[in-house]
Write a protein that binds this ligand. Structure first.
Ligand code: BG6
Length: 471
């Protein structure tokens, strides 16, 4: 075996993007609109029409990622580029685009890691009820099979659905819950059930067609701390973790509903309609690994004094909204032990280790991190330099904790920070940058969209070259 705490040989150092945040060309070459293109969730400032123009500049971008030394590159396929109506006719220009992209990734010696679906449900399906309609399950299976058939010779690693748990928990924000839907929570858990069916069918189809390939889910998982050692707070943290994390992985891995969540939904009349073969279908889908996105831990208490609420930052308020499903069960609260980033997100590297250990202990499947990173306002300095030491610090601390998780015995085979290059953040535009590569544009002014290597680019390049041993 390898050195305890060393990154294993062949470890997949990578980086991530998603189609709608990086490609642009939102209506080119026959692409149909997605829920993102029609979204009301962004503030009117955020614009996904051009983003980083990766659709037209992918060769330059992949060359930069190769220069950085990436072993893998995680990106997503825009469903409505392949099927403009979500179902129906296949768009040959869309198929060709991803073929060229994958060819280029492979030509540069990078392992493609493909997300089938990253928030961008085809608009035509959404108009027909989206994930509330069982028809979307079959449409997703068909789309997934098309991807396996078209790209399966080159793509060995597949991810089903990005952050399904966030789409359910924040259904009105990043999910596909139409505004004003009656009985929103029941609707969301019905959507969740359909996504679980869709995911299971995609996993089965992948294994049937591509016996060498590996496929898994990609939820956002965070360890949950109790605000105190008071048993009620510990219970609240346990409840929240079941609802936020384990519901999704228990279904994906074990094919069963988490009992705590089941009881929670039952008490509120939010149980989904489950048809006769559904649980067998879900159980038949077996992930080969678990991918997870991690940004920060969360802290909850069974209750919280009103006075503390005013002190919550925006991220915590969002969690609070999530907690608003039932405030008697858990309430998100401050963690005075942690620092926050410029956007009020907590920074918790030790929580990363705890999270990895917890997932591995529960499911005993190999893990890969598909997102982790720091959104920040970068400054372009003279000579087109970006000194993003804060991002290096964030990544360094998180990688150090991953090394400790490996020493703890966690089977971890890759790490893909968010994001490979600058892209448009889901809610806060391009000014909230995550990339190793700077994309020269503003919120409104597209400038020349030139690519500049940030300081973190050179740091990550060295780190990869030493397989994670350089500080
Ligand atoms: C994850 C998503 O939730 O977090 C990404 O998978 C997203 O699409 C990332 O960009 C960071 O969130 P934000 O809101 O800062 O873009």
């Amino acid at each position: 075996h390898h050195n305890p705490g060393a990154f294993p040989d062949g470890f997949l150092w990578g980086a991530s993007t998603s189609a709608y945040q990086v490609e642009g060309a939102w209506n080119e070459d026959g692409k149909g609109p997605s829920v993102i293109d029609k979204a009301t969730f962004h503030d009117g400032i955020t614009d996904f029409t051009v983003t980083s123009d990766h659709y037209h500049r992918f060769k330059e971008d992949i060359a930069l990622l190769a220069e950085m030394g990436l072993k893998t590159y995680r990106f997503s396929i825009a469903w409505s580029r392949l099927y403009p109506d979500g179902d129906g006719e296949l768009n040959p220009a869309g198929v060709a685009f991803y073929q060229q992209l994958i060819n280029e990734i492979c030509r540069q010696g990078i392992e493609p890691l493909v997300t089938l679906y990253h928030f961008d449900l085809p608009w035509a399906l959404q108009q027909d009820g989206g994930w509330s309609n069982r028809r979307t399950v079959a449409a997703f299976e068909r789309f997934a099979i098309t991807c396996f058939e078209q790209y399966g010779q080159q793509v060995k690693y597949w991810l089903t659905i990005n952050e399904q748990n966030m789409m359910i928990l924040k259904g009105d924000v990043i999910g596909t819950l139409p505004p004003g839907t009656p009985d929103p929570q029941r609707t969301l858990y019905q959507q969740n059930h359909h996504m679980m069916l869709a995911q299971a069918k995609a996993m089965v189809a992948c294994h049937q067609r591509l016996p060498q390939a590996k496929i898994g889910p990609a939820p956002n998982i965070s360890c949950i701390y109790a605000a105190s050692a008071r048993p009620e707070d510990v219970l609240a943290a346990d409840n929240f973790s079941a609802l936020r994390n384990w519901l999704y992985l228990d279904l994906a891995v074990h094919g069963r509903y988490n009992n705590v969540v089941w009881a929670f939904l039952q008490q509120r009349g939010w149980l989904p309609t489950i048809e006769a073969d559904d649980m067998a279908t879900i159980a038949a889908g077996k992930p080969d690994f678990i991918a997870f996105n991690y940004y920060a831990s969360a802290t909850v208490s069974a209750d919280m004094p009103e006075v503390a609420r005013g002190e919550l930052n925006s991220k915590q308020q969002a969690d609070q909204q999530m907690a608003g499903i039932d405030k008697t069960v858990y309430v998100g609260c401050n963690n005075p032990h942690l620092k926050q980033n410029q956007f009020g997100w907590y920074i918790d590297p030790v929580g990363f280790r705890i999270t990895a250990r917890e997932i591995y202990a529960r499911y005993a499947l190999p893990l890969i991190v598909t997102e982790n990173g720091l959104g920040a306002f970068d400054t372009l300095e003279a000579g087109n330099k970006i000194y993003d030491d804060y991002r290096i610090a964030y990544l360094r601390e998180h990688i150090a904790q991953l090394r400790l998780a490996i020493a703890d015995g966690v089977e971890l085979f890759g790490y893909c920070p968010w994001s490979a290059i600058d892209l448009v953040s889901t809610h806060q535009g391009i000014s909230k940058r995550y990339g190793f590569v700077y994309v020269n544009r503003d919120e409104q002014d597209l400038k020349d969209l030139a690519r500049y290597r940030k300081k973190s680019f050179f740091w990550y390049q060295q780190l990869i070259a030493s397989n994670g041993t350089t500080p």
